[in-house]
Design a protein around this ligand. Structure first.
Ligand SMILES: [Zn+2]
Length: 608
């Protein structure tokens, strides 16, 4: 049986230098020597390696290199592993085209700071990806799928291909002279390098463990968000938006009041199965105006446009009852896109700045794309790419698969700009009409049509058609989406990218984050929870939380559990806000929380 290192070196040594610039949108393995590891100002960790030779093919060189290198004087924050002067000088003299920069995320950062410049490494499952002009290579977070990872290769490792590679690198380095004064980037003295290093290195191997996201948002006994199952028992039921994964359970059998945005309220009767002849009972659907607080008996709620699909909102819950339950206010983001415009609105003097002044106990967060480490184009850029794609096929039918709600503005704008009607399938047209969107501009062309078909119903596609997919699905790692020939991919997202989520959180004071859309790792959670604004109070809680992991249980026995702290350990799933379901009520001490969390599968009955 070969070891993991043997297997990894064996596949990594098959790397073909002359095909390197052709591997974009593919996953590759590579054997290399460490040049350095850099933390950039936006928080990326970039492992920079080299192979002591240039890459090919020559024809792709200029285009690739222009968009490929992201560590510059402007983006550099600090070295996590500084370059050995001889290797640094070799690359300086040869040019950046000798370097490979790989952004390393989450669990793969563990131990990376212990590497030295000059170490040999075998990397598996590096994603070469591009969006617009940005090209990057990424070791994605979220586990060891497809053997993804980095291994240090000992210099005496017995593998013929490795030894040949090592000799080649060493002979190039021997020729380098006069390298003692090599300086690449000036490192500022006051950079706190350990802040992120300790954060990740203190985590253990359970970093890639899947933690389950919260699918039932319940705040105390009376408030539910996007949770419409009878057993929720809440008096106040809020809906962030009308996508089916959020309104599950809302049908004609539902009798309790639902609160939502005015636009969502226009859609709800149709979604719940009511018609003009049998309208919903009065008081069932309650639209709440956005951006003004609405008082309820023991709390208030403010709706904020979530920049996702028409009618999508975030909820800000405030009031003494909420603070008692959550240790601060509660933000439910629902699905949201924190693009440039949204982030701008959080700045001082702008419309949503008030949110950043609130002390949140919990943020329930849309983490859909947090594990996908690439920039998303702004939606106006995606619109331009889409227009170009359509214009490039003037004589072919254009087919755009979409769900029944979402991208209305985009489709309307495209129809207006092209002055050409875009047919929409019936189910979607009902929704678009209710929201007053129309894509019926201009007149039909003789020689082709543009239509939106139901996602997944490819059987409707006629000959001489071009399919345009407007989503990030193709770019999502590991979801089984194939690069089907003939499909044009427009990178468009109504959810935030990883860096947008981090920028969004950097505006807020909060104690804990509860991801709501995707499974996540402990390290991803640490990245999220450390992205927020700092205050004295936050430090206290953070300190308490970080103490849990390294402290013997006996020392925690009598410490009271601060209100609003969601308890997690590395060895167990977290205890979610479903604490009310425990017959004995929420835990009062750390010891009790640990006991419950470690034994979370026991029957929920104190008598057993
Ligand atoms: Zn949605």
């Amino acid at each position: 049986m070969s070891t993991m290192l043997e297997r990894r070196v064996s596949v990594a040594s098959k790397f073909q230098d002359d095909r390197y610039y052709m591997v974009f949108h593919a996953y590759f393995d590579v054997l290399a020597q460490v040049h350095s590891v850099v933390e950039t100002k936006n928080g990326s960790w970039t492992l920079r390696v080299w192979r002591a030779q240039k890459f090919g093919p020559e024809a792709s060189k200029e285009k690739r290199e222009m968009n490929l290198f992201h560590v510059t004087e402007n983006t550099f924050k600090c070295y996590i592993v500084p370059p050995d002067p001889r290797i640094g000088k070799a690359v300086e003299e040869s040019g950046k085209e000798f370097l490979i920069e790989i952004d390393v995320y989450d669990d793969h950062r563990i131990g990376i700071e212990k590497l030295n410049s000059g170490d040999f490494v075998a990397l598996q499952n590096v994603h070469a990806a591009s969006v617009g002009l940005t090209e990057m290579q990424v070791l994605h977070g979220g586990g060891q799928a497809y053997n993804r990872g980095i291994s240090k290769v000992p210099v005496d490792f017995r593998n013929e291909a490795f030894q040949i590679f090592k000799k080649r690198v060493e002979s190039v380095l021997e020729a380098v002279t006069d390298c003692d004064n090599f300086i690449e980037f000036q490192q500022k003295e006051n950079v706190v390098q350990s802040e992120t290093s300790t954060q990740t290195s203190s985590s253990n191997t359970s970093g890639d463990a899947d933690l389950k996201h919260c699918q039932q948002i319940k705040i105390g006994e009376d408030i539910s968000v996007d949770y419409f199952l009878k057993k929720s028992g809440s008096r106040y039921n809020f809906l962030t938006h009308a996508h089916s994964d959020h309104y599950r359970g809302l049908d004609k059998k539902w009798t309790r009041s639902v609160y939502c945005s005015p636009e969502t309220a226009k859609l709800l009767p149709h979604i719940m199965g009511y018609t003009a002849d049998s309208p919903p009972p009065a008081g069932l659907i309650n639209p709440l105006e956005e951006n003004v607080p609405h008082k309820f008996d023991s709390f208030q709620v403010t709706l904020v446009n979530a920049n996702h699909c028409p009618g999508a909102v975030m909820f800000v819950f405030e009031g003494s009852k909420i603070e008692e339950i959550a240790g601060g206010a509660v933000l439910c983001t629902g699905d949201f896109r924190a693009d440039k415009m949204f982030l701008e609105s959080l700045k001082p003097g702008n419309q949503l700045h008030w949110m950043t002044e609130i002390k949140f106990g919990i943020i329930y967060l849309d983490n859909t794309y947090f594990s996908l480490d690439m920039p998303f184009p702004e939606r106006c850029e995606a619109e331009k790419i889409l227009l170009k794609a359509i214009e490039a096929h003037p004589h072919e039918n254009i087919v755009i698969p979409l769900h029944r709600l979402g991208r209305e503005e985009l489709i309307q704008a495209i129809s207006r700009i092209l002055n050409e009607p875009i047919m929409v399938y019936d189910e979607r047209k009902v929704i678009s009409d209710l929201l007053d969107f129309s894509s019926n501009c201009g007149v039909l062309k003789q020689y082709r049509d543009i239509k939106v078909i139901k996602k997944g119903s490819y059987c409707e596609i006629s000959q001489n058609s071009v399919i345009i997919d407007i989503s990030m699905l193709y770019y999502t790692f590991g979801n089984g989406v194939n690069d089907d020939e003939g499909i044009i991919r427009i990178p468009y997202s109504d959810h935030s990218s990883r860096s947008e989520i981090l920028k969004f959180l950097s505006h807020f004071h909060f104690k804990t984050i509860t991801p709501c859309t995707k499974k996540y790792s402990i390290i991803e959670l640490a990245s999220l929870e450390n992205a927020g604004k700092r205050s004295e109070e936050d430090h206290t809680v953070e300190k308490t939380q970080s103490t849990i992991q390294g402290t013997p249980i006996s020392q925690l026995q009598e410490d009271p559990l601060p209100p609003g702290v969601v308890f997690r350990t590395n060895t167990c799933d977290f205890m979610d806000m479903d604490l009310d379901n425990w017959p004995e009520g929420p835990p009062k001490t750390f010891a009790e929380a640990i006991a419950r969390a470690n034994n979370s599968r026991r029957p929920r009955n104190p008598g057993l």
